[in-house]
Design a protein around this ligand. Structure first.
Ligand code: FAD
Length: 332
């Protein structure tokens, strides 16, 4: 940890950025580039006014082509879209992706490679960094210059400014909530970047690596589903004279701003009454609210860990419980 508090990359001052050219590793689904990847493009913009941004998409067939067309038109800062079309990329496995990054870097000599700090970026980037023999800088929340970055340390209790002194390229994962994409971009076609195919002729079969895609299962995530539903919580808080907090899942989904996050990397609170609706009770969340005097939890999963710290627990659907509470509580 101490190494990180001062410098990353320990190869003297050989590293000098002349011009900034960035490769953004992008995720796509349903024929569109993900919002988190557009945040990575926003971050790339902060590296310098003259920064040229290339977006790398991998996949196969029509969905990749559709996503490439979407990426090419989705952000005015994207100068080029590169596509890697192969069965190897049907699913975003880290091993072939890392080798792809190595191949593309070999040809493009980018000064920076950026991905969002989500399961996609966090899976690929360290492997790519190892292949490129550089030290990545993770969870960047602010870009001060092309080689100076701010990232949280000590579980988010402090911010650390680090200077990259390693060789090219400088690899970064960024927290997408720190680089929001202007809403206007989602409603207008604002660019026409060229799309080029990556030559995969030197990309051998053994690149597939040791892992295999088995299946994708999704958890019952984001119970409040939308910002509108979160308003229901705000209404309840108003009636109770309470403040609203949130889990990191709700913050990451963009329902509420960062400063409402309760937990290890958010605020520590200890109110008289803490009511948790659709909160699983992950250890990182509990770290921020366990000292509350009375804890009430409503969760439709009777085995949710939140019930282990709750004084009162109700196994039920929050979409039934909250309207009932709103109806029964007197106006304030
Ligand atoms: P989920 O885990 O998706 O749980 C949703 C819950 O809602 C489930 O229990 C489900 O049964 C229930 N549910 C679904 N639908 C309904 C319904 N209709 N009615 C009732 N119940 C329903 N998290 C924080 O909150 N704060 C932090 O500071 C924090 N810091 C972190 C730091 C690190 C380093 C890491 C790795 C993680 C951190 N996290 C933090 C994330 C944490 O691990 C959990 O992912 C997060 O708290 C989960 O949020 P959640 O309970 O809202 O979502």
């Amino acid at each position: 940890a101490l190494k990180y508090t001062s410098f990353t990359g320990f190869r003297s001052m050989r590293f000098i950025f002349r011009s900034v050219s960035t490769l953004v590793l992008a995720e796509h689904e349903g024929g569109a580039i993900s919002k988190a990847s557009l945040s990575a493009v926003e971050a790339a913009k902060s590296l310098g006014d003259d920064c040229s941004v290339s977006v790398l998409l991998a996949g196969c067939g029509a969905s990749l082509q559709q996503a490439a067309a979407h990426a090419a038109s989705s952000h005015p800062s994207i100068h080029q879209v590169l596509t890697a079309d192969s069965e190897n990329f049907q699913h975003p496995l880290a091993e072939p992706w890392a080798k792809l990054v190595h191949l593309v870097q070999h040809k493009g000599s980018y000064s920076h490679i950026i991905a969002a700090s989500n399961s996609f970026g966090k899976n690929i980037l360290p492997r790519a960094a190892a292949l490129l023999d550089v030290s990545p800088i993770t969870d960047v929340v602010n870009i001060c210059s092309s080689n100076q970055f701010v990232r949280p340390i000590y579980a988010g209790n402090a911010l650390c400014t680090v200077r990259y002194t390693g060789n090219n390229p400088c690899l970064l994962t960024i927290r997408s909530t720190s680089f929001p994409v202007p809403a206007a971009l989602f409603h207008s076609i604002s660019n026409e970047a060229p799309i080029s195919q990556v030559d995969l002729s030197t990309f051998c079969e053994e690149s597939i690596g040791k892992s295999r895609y088995l299946k994708h299962t999704s958890q019952d995530k984001e119970p409040l589903k939308s910002m509108d539903n979160f308003k229901m919580i705000e209404k309840l808080a108003e009636k109770l004279g309470a403040a609203v907090g949130a889990t990191r899942a709700a913050v990451d989904a963009g329902f509420v701003p960062n400063d409402l996050q309760v937990g290890q990397t958010g605020k520590i609170v200890a109110p008289e009454l803490y009511m948790a609706f659709g909160v699983s009770g992950a250890i990182q969340h509990i770290a921020g609210m366990r000292d509350s005097k009375i804890i009430v939890a409503v969760n439709k999963d009777a085995d949710a860990p939140i019930f282990q710290v709750a004084d009162y627990g109700l196994v039920g659907d929050l979409f039934e419980v909250i309207p009932e509470l709103l109806e029964k509580l007197p106006e304030k």
